[in-house]
Design a protein around this ligand. Structure first.
Ligand code: C2E
Ligand code: MG
Ligand code: MG
Ligand code: MG
Length: 287
């Protein structure tokens, strides 16, 4: 706790000494507390995966979904992954949490296969996890263990994966892809070097970040950016997924631009596995 206070004070400016208000102390304490709760959460089984469907815009059918982690904290209720994933990365817990995600998703895929439900499940892999563990061989071992066809798993990486150890990252991605696992670049456009890594790394799917799509019905600039991203992706042989679609208007625009898939509250919110299989078997016709 004291360490992070010092750290924050240092970060705030070179020779400045800052005192923390009670409010800030509470913040630091709660981050510290949350960190130690996070450690316990792994062994207490407080994590669960939710699944959000994606649909193909050309036929309105869903053949894929994204697994999103949920943490049910015993006192605080659900804590957002946007909050605890970065904390887990800082605390060195992301590898264990990531391992849970891979195992849980594969167990679920195997379960669904037994029920005759075939959907490709995408899992999010954090940059730190990708670099610290030999993710590719971990994933291949688990797929083999559950006897899962590789095309039923895909992975989503963010741009931060391409900032360090590019060669190693490239090798991991190549191993996954040559074994039939699709690799997506997530939150495209929010990082710093989007175009340079698209040039250097072979991928399968590009997910356009929600921030470019929110105002697409009103903003001509956003419209131009999105349609250019779609065109460029297709030239590069990438399939395009639009994330965070909430309105029919957004959907129509994306369809007219030739976007391949979409995901968002308009279609369905992330849901527990059982609700997902019910949704999947009674898919609404969105064509
Ligand atoms: P992401 O991978 O970009 O996931 C999409 C996020 O957008 C999810 O938030 C999802 O619930 C949300 N979303 C989907 N449709 C809509 C919509 O129509 N409107 C709005 N406003 N939001 C929508 P979530 O589940 O809170 O996850 C946030 C981020 O946390 C994820 O962003 C991902 O970066 C990270 N994350 C989630 N699960 C995992 C995981 O298992 N492992 C790792 N490493 N990161 C994860
Ligand atoms: Mg994702
Ligand atoms: Mg995303
Ligand atoms: Mg996003």
């Amino acid at each position: 706790c004291a360490d992070s206070a010092v750290h924050l004070a240092k970060d705030s400016g070179r020779n400045s000494l800052r005192f923390f208000s009670l409010e800030q102390h509470k913040l630091i304490h709660s981050r510290y507390q949350l960190g130690s709760d996070l450690q316990a959460a792994i062994s207490n089984g407080e994590f669960q995966l939710y699944y959000q469907p994606k649909i193909d815009l050309n036929n309105g059918q869903s053949t894929a979904c994204e697994a999103l982690i949920r943490w049910l904290h015993p006192q605080l209720g659900y804590v957002s992954p946007a909050e605890f994933i970065p904390l887990a990365e800082d605390m060195g817990l992301i590898t264990r949490i990531g391992q849970f995600v891979i195992e849980e998703a594969c167990l679920q895929i195997a379960e669904w296969c037994k029920q005759g439900l075939e959907t490709t499940v995408a899992i999010n892999i954090s940059a730190k996890q990708f670099l610290h563990a030999d993710i590719a061989s971990q994933i291949l071992t688990i797929l083999d263990h559950y006897n899962i066809p590789a095309q039923l798993l895909s992975i989503e990486l963010t741009e931060s994966c391409f900032l360090h150890c590019l060669e190693e990252t490239q090798r991991g991605i190549d191993t996954l892809r040559s074994n039939g696992i699709q690799v997506a670049i997530d939150d495209f456009g929010t990082g710093y070097s989007s175009l340079s890594y698209l040039r250097n790394i072979a991928l399968d799917i590009l997910k356009i970040d929600r921030s470019f799509l929110v105002d697409i019905e009103k903003s001509e600039v956003d419209c131009s950016i999105v349609s250019s991203i779609i065109e460029m992706s297709h030239v590069l042989g990438l399939k395009v997924v639009a994330e965070g679609i909430e309105s029919q208007g957004q959907l129509e625009i994306l369809k007219s631009m030739g976007c391949d898939q979409m995901q968002g509250f308009l279609l369905a919110r992330p849901m527990p596995a059982e609700a997902f299989s019910h949704w999947y078997l009674h898919q609404p016709d969105t064509e």
